[in-house]
Write a protein that binds this ligand. Structure first.
Ligand code: MEV
Length: 436
């Protein structure tokens, strides 16, 4: 293969031609496949083309919905963009399960976002503190053009702090800044503020007569942090233990095994990672459907799961005084304005489905989706095992793959009610039917 220069300047057709001719044995087929996923509506296609660079097609994910979620006494249908089978079904089951037990309760604990200007300086720390205190009002003042609108709505820069990190890295300091970004995720806002702060800081340092040339602070970078441990949301469910299952003894055993399963995920990182992955099945699906940055959310949540020095479960469960309680606390930086939220038609639809939530409301819905997913996963794991549900979906996928007709489907679904689903067993059964 040859490297190519000026690729980004090619037209879309030229890019596709280059790709198809250089990497595929059947270029025509490749082009047809890429085209099959284009939208016929040229305006809509152009919109998608322009979300990112070098777009050659669209990559679809199923857009599912999980109805019947009761959150703080309000009923929601939750949009979920996810390819994994069983996730939407599990969410819906958990919603139904808790729907008649008071539903989910959720609350936003805090909404602080963070950004940092990282810099080095050989100046004496006290001198830096003196300089910082002198320059601090200017740092805020010169961001006014950026913060004006946000401030009108009650947000903006909450604090700028000088942090001395020289114990961990020689000459390293930070301007640790905190923000309130209201209904915006705030990445652009925060980064713009930080770059202005860095510029003002550098210029003022150059004019500060007490710094020698060597002592001039050197800004290394200015960037928001996706770690937002003070932008927290909590979701919870609870009910009397005996209401968990129709039979009292079964309910007691279930509660015991459930709580143990969560305790295991608390202390055992191998289990905690999978446990939290299940939570992220719910969280990512809603974050994606509502046009938010799931990589940011993933990074922040996993860091939070390790905040005490060891990776651990994000959920907790207890049985106290006859009450089963299960809850989740996570950091979430989400937006319901800006970014994709006003651009992607399906994101707009998802937000409307959620009754046009503000960022705090969306935080609650997302946290609930994570808790519901974890509840459904643990419920399966400590009772029937996870494969029962998965294999049902697996069976449907195989039937789709082999384009089984209605009659074949019915016969096979019936057959596998009492037989173990494996890919080869399903194919064998299908062949048997087709040879009859
Ligand atoms: C699969 O995507 C997620 C689970 O493995 C989560 C868990 O084990 O808790 C089922």
């Amino acid at each position: 293969m040859m490297q190519i220069s000026g690729f980004s300047k090619f037209t879309k057709e030229e890019k596709i031609d280059w790709l198809a001719n250089n990497y595929f044995s059947n270029p025509q087929q490749t082009k047809e496949l890429l085209q099959l996923y284009w939208n016929e509506d040229m305006k809509l296609q152009k919109l998608h083309d322009e979300f990112t660079e070098n777009t050659v097609s669209n990559y679809y994910l199923p857009f599912g919905i999980a109805p019947n979620f009761v959150i703080n006494n309000k009923i929601y249908t939750i949009p979920m963009a996810i390819e994994e089978s069983s996730v939407v079904a599990a969410a819906s089951n958990a919603a139904k399960f808790w729907g008649n037990k008071g539903g989910f309760k959720a609350e936003v604990i805090s909404t602080e976002k963070v950004g940092q200007v990282h810099f080095t300086s050989v100046a004496n720390a006290e001198k830096l503190v003196r300089f910082f205190n002198e320059v601090k009002p200017k740092l805020t003042e010169e961001t006014k053009a950026i913060t004006k609108n946000m401030e009108k709505r009650g947000g903006g820069i909450s604090a700028i702090e000088l942090r001395n990190k020289t114990n961990e890295l020689e000459n390293y300091y930070q301007l640790h800044c905190t923000f309130e970004t209201l209904d915006a995720m705030g990445a652009n806002f925060i980064n713009s503020c930080l770059e202005q702060i860095a510029e003002t800081f550098t210029r003022e340092a150059e004019n500060y007569i007490h710094f020698s040339t060597e002592e001039q602070p050197e800004v290394i970078m200015s960037i928001l942090s996706n770690y937002v441990p003070n932008c927290l949301v909590r979701a919870e469910v609870s009910c009397p233990i005996e209401e968990l299952l129709p039979n009292k003894e079964d309910a007691k055993k279930f509660a015991y095994k459930f709580v143990e399963a969560v305790k295991i995920a608390k202390i055992e990182p191998y289990r905690a990672v999978t446990h939290n992955k299940g939570i992220m099945n719910g969280i990512d699906a809603v974050v994606l459907a509502t046009g938010n940055d799931f990589r940011a959310v993933e990074a922040g949540i996993h860091a939070y799961a390790a905040k005490d020095g060891k990776y651990s479960s994000l959920t907790n469960a207890t049985t106290e005084n006859g009450i089963f309680k299960f809850w989740l606390e996570i950091p979430l930086a989400l937006g319901t304005v800006g970014g994709l939220t006003s651009l992607h038609p399906l994101v707009k639809l998802a937000l409307e489905m959620l009754q046009k939530p503000n960022a705090k409301e969306l935080m609650k819905v997302v946290a609930v989706a994570g808790l519901a997913q974890n509840f459904a996963a643990i419920k399966s794991l400590v009772t029937t095992g996870i494969q029962q549900g998965h294999m049902k979906m697996h069976l449907m996928n195989i039937l789709n793959q082999f384009e089984a007709n209605k009659e074949e489907r019915n016969t096979i679904i019936n057959h596998f009610k009492t037989n173990v689903v494996t890919h080869s067993a399903v194919v064998e059964k299908l062949e048997e039917l087709r040879n009859e």
